[in-house]
Design a protein around this ligand. Structure first.
Ligand code: SF4
Length: 341
């Protein structure tokens, strides 16, 4: 029986059903050169250039969206940039996670979870305390699936276990599935043969090749009270380098949350060669919610910073998901260990 509809394939293009659907179209890479595929190419460009793929952007027709996904996989493989393999898989997995979390059709959700996790999944409907548990999986499956998640939240002792089954909330099982989606997309790119891209589409490969390189951790980075992503930007400012728009946005939100005043932040930006006090003040005040729509912007989380190539994660980050959760204690411990080793 057909469980997935057309819209589902667009939301979850990594599924086997997409491959089968595309195979039936009988297209080759050379076909994409034709004007008929203009919309697909534009869509693919968007997929390749977005450092974060907004979940709302999926409203085109099925063929355009699915073909743009397949074409993006091919172009990324042709670029041979492993860091882009990773980032693309990560962004697409995040996009799928968003759709799974808001999936209204439980049959579709359960079907996709089963296909992805490849384990026996029981649907339950139990309230324990204030929490609603919708799924249960075997303990041994849970241990295997959660082994890469370091937060104590995922430790088996912190889970509801009954009769050999681990009870999970919807968002928990989807989080486990997200890793699988990431792995599937990454493996698909990695295992594919390197394609020969027609001349007319070569510029797409160049878009990917020319994306900024992943940031490397500076040598001899000294742990500080700030997370590595913040330290990197502060160092850049002190070295008199210009910041990108997003770096400026991130550091402003972060420093405001840490209690810095608007004048202190502006005086920090004055180190930048492109500093213009009027513009800087307007931007900082806007982010602080003192201008325009008067919305105070939140500090981006680690996932977003990663997708913007601004994450410089090291051991001191200790699996946090938000830079504001960076713990001084952990940093000091590492620092002491380093000093005494
Ligand atoms: S893991 Fe989070 S806190 Fe650590 S560097 Fe990356 S973005 Fe910053």
């Amino acid at each position: 029986m057909q469980i997935l509809g057309e819209e589902d394939l667009v939301k979850y293009p990594f599924l086997e059903e997409t491959k089968e659907y595309i195979a039936k179209l009988g297209l080759t890479l050379n076909d994409f050169v034709s004007n008929e595929f203009e919309k697909v190419i534009r869509r693919c460009e968007l997929r390749l250039m977005s450092s974060r793929y907004p979940p709302e952007l999926y409203t085109l027709d099925k063929d355009t969206d699915l073909l743009s996904f397949i074409l993006a996989l091919i172009i990324i493989k042709a670029s041979q940039r492993e860091d882009v393999f990773t980032r693309f898989a990560f962004n697409e997995a995040n996009r799928a996670e968003h759709f799974l979390k808001t999936e209204e059709n439980k049959r579709v959700l359960t079907y996709i979870l089963k296909r992805l996790l490849n384990i026996n999944i029981l649907e339950v409907d139990d309230f324990i305390g204030n929490s609603h548990y919708e799924y249960a999986i075997h303990v041994k499956d849970y241990i295997k699936l959660s082994s890469s998640l370091k937060s104590i939240h995922w430790k088996i002792v912190n889970k509801i276990v009954y009769n050999g089954l681990v009870y999970l909330k919807r968002r928990e099982i989807i989080r486990l599935a997200r890793d699988k989606i990431y792995q599937e997309i990454y493996k698909r790119i990695k295992d594919a043969p390197t394609p020969v891209v027609p001349q007319n589409l070569q510029y797409l490969v160049d878009i990917v090749k020319n994306r900024p390189l992943p940031k490397r951790l500076a040598k001899n980075l000294v742990p500080t009270v700030d997370p590595p992503c913040v330290t990197q930007i502060l160092d850049k400012i002190k070295a008199g380098k210009n910041l990108s728009h997003y770096e400026r946005f991130f550091i402003t939100t972060f420093l405001l949350k840490r209690g810095k005043t608007i004048d202190e932040i502006i005086s920090l930006f004055s180190f930048s060669p492109d500093f213009n006090e009027k513009i800087a003040r307007y931007q900082v005040e806007h982010i602080a919610g003192l201008r325009g729509g008067r919305k105070q912007y939140n500090v981006p989380d680690c996932k977003t910073l990663f997708s913007q190539s601004l994450c410089y994660k090291n051991e001191s980050c200790d699996n946090i998901s938000h830079p504001l959760n960076y713990k001084l204690k952990k940093v000091e411990k590492l620092w002491r260990e380093e000093k005494t080793s």
